[in-house]
Design a protein around this ligand. Structure first.
Ligand code: FAD
Length: 288
């Protein structure tokens, strides 16, 4: 088991800022990240509200942050945490590759996309996407569809429409109340869609669904699943959560378990923004 003073679960902005503050207090700090340090930053094209930049891409900020944590000597571990044990003074994070222990743990694992719950996983990266802004360009001049719930897909459809040939919004409810937001000759709306499924051999070729019990199908090169996000708290059932599943903390970012902190989008807080994740991280890193 690898031992540290402070372990940070998740390498987005909240996690990296936590690590910076903890490391500058002389702690032996590691960030465990399953994908890429930077988290959501990699999917943000343009940021206009991060201090000292009139405009900056998420990728540039991610690269700058990564340089900073490397410069400070923060250990970066590539692993997915699949279980935790916070019952003793030395907390344990169980990864797919190894286990890690520290007295202080900072949870910074952000939000995850709500799933459609049909066969979408079979086509992930092969036409099914959870990020219209990130992947629109792969479907330039193609017909695409957006899975939506109560209008959750409208923003994604508007991001796609400038690039794609046509965008069909498939909403599980009646979207007619939002008609003025979808008024665009390239956008088609189908309401009251149930049992949405992807079809295709290797790549997405179309979708099937039911409207008022009647089977329908359309051809599409991609299905963008735009059903909102939820906090990644599956592993943290022992912590006090708010009614929406976000982790409750005190003003030091400490959770209901001593020595366990939470920062960024996963924490119960009114505003989910980069500067908020930075502020949370600074406070947690100072106290963990
Ligand atoms: C499209 C988009 C645009 C945005 N634009 C802006 C903007 O312009 N300005 C602004 O201020 N904010 C913006 N935001 C919000 C901002 O990006 C977030 O508030 C912030 O990035 C959250 O950081 P975080 O560290 O909490 O989470 P994340 O960046 O989500 O980082 C969480 C990390 O944890 C990792 N992780 C999760 N589970 C595990 C596990 N079990 N094991 C290991 N690693 C794990 C994930 O891989 C991820 O890297 C935007 C968000 C989005 C989605």
């Amino acid at each position: 088991m690898r031992e540290f003073d402070v372990l940070v679960l998740g390498g987005g902005v909240g996690g990296m800022m936590s690590a910076i503050y903890a490391k500058r207090r002389g702690k032996n700090v590691a960030i465990v990240e399953e994908m890429m340090l930077g988290g959501v930053l990699w999917s943000i094209e343009k940021i206009e509200n991060f201090p000292s930049y009139a405009e900056v891409s998420g990728a540039t900020l991610a690269e700058n942050f990564i340089k900073q944590i490397k410069h400070l000597g923060v250990v970066s571990i590539s692993d997915e945490i699949v279980d935790v044990d916070f019952s003793a003074e030395n907390k344990i994070l169980v990864g797919k590759k190894e286990s890690y222990t520290a007295k202080g743990v900072i949870i910074a694992s952000g939000l995850s996309y709500n799933k459609l719950g049909s066969n979408e996983d079979d086509f992930l990266g092969r036409g099914v996407s959870y990020c219209a802004v990130c992947d629109a360009n792969f479907y330039k001049d193609k017909d695409v569809a957006v899975a939506s719930r109560k209008g959750s897909g409208i923003k994604g459809a508007l991001d796609l429409v400038g690039v794609c040939k046509s965008v069909t919004i498939l909403d599980s409810e009646d979207l007619s109340v939002y008609a003025k937001h979808t008024k665009n000759e390239k956008i088609k709306v189908i309401s009251n869609v149930k049992d949405l499924k992807v079809t295709g051999k290797n790549l997405v070729e179309g979708v099937t669904f039911k409207v008022e019990g009647k089977e329908e199908k359309i051809k599409t090169s991609a299905l963008f699943v735009e059903l909102g996000k939820k906090p990644n708290t599956m592993l943290f059932k022992d912590l006090k959560l708010d009614e929406n599943g976000y982790i409750l903390t005190d003003e030091y970012m400490e959770t209901s378990i001593k020595g366990v902190f939470a920062v960024g989008d996963i924490r119960a807080g009114k505003l989910k923004q980069l500067v908020c994740a930075c502020s949370d991280g600074a406070i947690a890193g100072q106290n963990a």
